[in-house]
Design a protein. Structure first.
Length: 225
């Protein structure tokens, strides 16, 4: 079972200090929501985010959306050999059930994420497909209990992805960390949870590209056995 953790995901409710900003209030009013019930979104709240700490890594829920679409639509997931998790910039973990079907429309996805931040799960009744818990990344990794944890980052040691996947497959519970934020390196806290930091390309790649290449090579490694 491969555990894929999208880390430092730029997915969060609007921070308290920004609730009074005109762009935040305007968007909330248009959607008939309270400002504190809406997601931080760079495309809507750029003017409000100027002085926000680590603003370059925040307000991009679309990254998590595309990553989930990519990962959950793979044969590896349909064969129940993949578990997907999101750990957000603000310290929340989202557990995603393999049978989850993420909305293709980004606005519907954002509304779904607002719901999970409000209620801690979706759907509200029946078996949950996504659940939200407040925990550190280290606590999440401890909950999963991987026997190896690898961070894929452009700042890591150059690595051949095919060989990396062969080695991951030799472990019972491997976990891979992929940054789901727009710019910058992984934080020291994130890096400290990994056993290894590897780079699969000479330059930076989008998170969903890294995820798709990893899953495909991992599937190929399975087929070769």
């Amino acid at each position: 079972m491969l555990h894929l953790i999208f880390v430092e995901a730029a997915l969060e409710i609007v921070p308290t200090g920004l609730l009074g900003h005109p762009s935040i209030r305007r968007n909330a009013k248009r959607r008939k929501k309270r400002p504190e019930e809406t997601l931080l979104n760079r495309s809507l709240h750029h003017a409000a985010m100027g002085r926000l700490p680590d603003s370059h890594k925040r307000g991009r829920p679309d990254i998590a959306h595309i990553c989930l679409l990519e990962a959950l639509g793979t044969p590896l997931n349909s064969e129940e050999r993949l578990r997907v998790w999101i750990h957000t910039y603000g310290g929340y973990a989202v557990e995603v059930a393999p049978k989850t079907r993420v909305p293709r429309d980004c606005n519907r996805f954002n509304s779904l994420m607002e719901q999970i931040f409000a209620y801690g799960r979706v759907p509200l009744e029946g078996e949950p497909l996504m659940t939200l818990s407040q925990m550190t990344l280290r606590e999440l990794v401890g909950k999963i209990g991987p026997d190896i944890t690898v961070a894929l980052t452009s700042h890591g040691e150059p690595s051949d992805l095919e060989k990396t996947c062969e080695r991951l497959l030799s472990h019972k519970t491997p976990a891979v960390l992929i940054g789901a934020f727009p710019h910058g390196p992984m934080s020291d806290e994130t890096i400290s949870t990994a056993d290894e930091m590897l780079s699969i390309h000479s330059g930076a790649l989008e998170a969903w590209v890294v995820a798709s290449r990893l899953i495909y090579e991992y599937e190929k490694a399975i087929w070769r056995r």
